[in-house]
Design a binder for this molecule. Structure first.
Ligand SMILES: [Mg+2]
Length: 267
C-alpha cells in the first residue's frame, strides 16, 4: 500500500473525522517535531510548533517517542508533554517502573568495550544514554574510515547488539529491547486510550506504522515508497499546519460536546 498525501482534501476529511479528544497524539522528535540539522546538538523546535503542541497537550494526550534520552528530549521540547519515551522506546519515566536496569547495565558494559576499541579514534564520541549507546562520528575528518572502525568495534562486542543507523551516528540497543511500536501500545494502555495518531520519519518509526490490531493512524514525514504509514507529509515544514488542524478539530468537537460529556464522539 502506498501512502497518500494527507493534505489532499479527501484525505484530510478522513483524518479530521478520525481525530477525537480521546485520541493519543504521538510524535517522533528529530525530523518530525524538529527539522534535521547538521549538528545533532543544535536541534531546536520552532516556536509556533512548540506553542501549538502545548495547545494540543491541553486538549488531548500528547506523547513524544524519540531515540534521544528523555533528558535530552526535554531540553529540546522546553516543556513536558504527557509522556516522553526515550532511547527508541526503551526509556520510561522512573515512576512508571518500566526502566530496564539489566539493559542499562549491559549498555555500561558495551560503553567500556567500545571505549577500549575506539577511545583513540579521531572525531569519534561514545555516548552512554542509559538504555542505549550512541557512537557519533560527525566530528571526524574522515567519516568513512571512522565508520569502518566503528563497525569493526561493534562486531566484537558481546552480546551482539541491535544496530540503528542515523546521520553520522550509530545507535546500539539489546536485540530484545522495547521498540517504538511496543512503546506506543504501552502509552495507549497507560492513558486508557484505544485510538492514536503517530508521526515519524525514521526506520524505527516503521515499527509503529507496521503495528497490527492497534488503532493507529500513521503519518510519515516525507514521501517514501517503502513506508507502512497510511499518510505522508511532503516535509517537516508541513507539521505546523497539521498541528493546527489537530487543535482546530478537537476544539470544534469540544464546542459541540463539552469535555465533561462522557459520550464518545463517533467518527
Ligand atoms: Mg526522526
Amino acid at each position: 500500500m502506498t501512502a497518500s498525501y494527507l493534505f489532499n482534501p479527501e484525505e484530510l476529511a478522513v483524518f479530521t473525522r478520525y481525530v477525537t479528544p480521546d485520541t493519543l497524539f504521538a510524535f517522533d522528535l528529530d525530523g518530525t517535531l524538529a527539522p534535521i540539522v547538521d549538528d545533532y546538538n543544535a536541534v531546536t523546535i520552532a516556536e509556533p510548533v512548540r506553542d501549538t503542541l502545548k495547545r494540543l497537550a491541553q486538549l488531548a494526550k500528547v506523547v513524544v517517542i524519540t531515540g534521544r534520552s528523555r533528558n535530552d528530549a526535554l531540553k529540546i521540547l522546553e516543556f513536558e508533554p504527557d509522556l516522553i519515551i526515550g532511547n527508541h522506546g526503551s526509556e520510561w519515566p522512573a515512576q512508571d517502573g518500566k526502566r530496564d536496569w539489566q539493559q542499562i547495565a549491559l549498555c555500561v558494559k558495551w560503553q567500556e568495550q567500545l571505549k577500549n576499541r575506539l577511545g583513540d579514534t579521531e572525531g569519534v564520541e561514545i555516548e552512554f544514554k542509559g538504555e542505549s549507546v550512541s557512537i557519533h562520528y560527525r566530528k571526524s575528518d574522515d567519516r568513512e574510515s571512522a565508520l569502518l572502525r566503528i563497525n569493526d568495534a561493534i562486531k566484537i562486542i558481546e552480546p551482539s547488539p541491535r544496530r540503528i543507523g542515523g546521520k553520522f551516528v550509530v545507535n546500539l540497543l539489546p536485540k530484545d529491547a522495547t521498540t517504538k511500536g511496543d512503546a506506543l501500545v504501552a502509552a495507549m494502555d497507560k492513558f486508557g486510550l484505544v485510538r492514536s495518531v503517530f508521526l515519524g520519519d525514521d526506520v524505527t518509526d516503521e515499527e509503529v506504522f507496521r503495528l497490527v490490531g492497534v488503532d493507529v493512524l500513521g503519518i510519515h514525514i516525507g514521501k517514501d515508497y517503502y513506508t507502512a504509514a497510511k499518510y505522508y507529509l511532503n516535509d517537516q515544514s508541513e507539521l505546523l499546519g497539521l498541528l493546527n488542524t489537530m487543535v482546530g478539530t478537537i476544539e470544534s468537537l469540544r464546542a459541540v460536546a463539552p469535555p465533561h460529556n462522557t459520550n464518545k464522539h463517533q467518527s
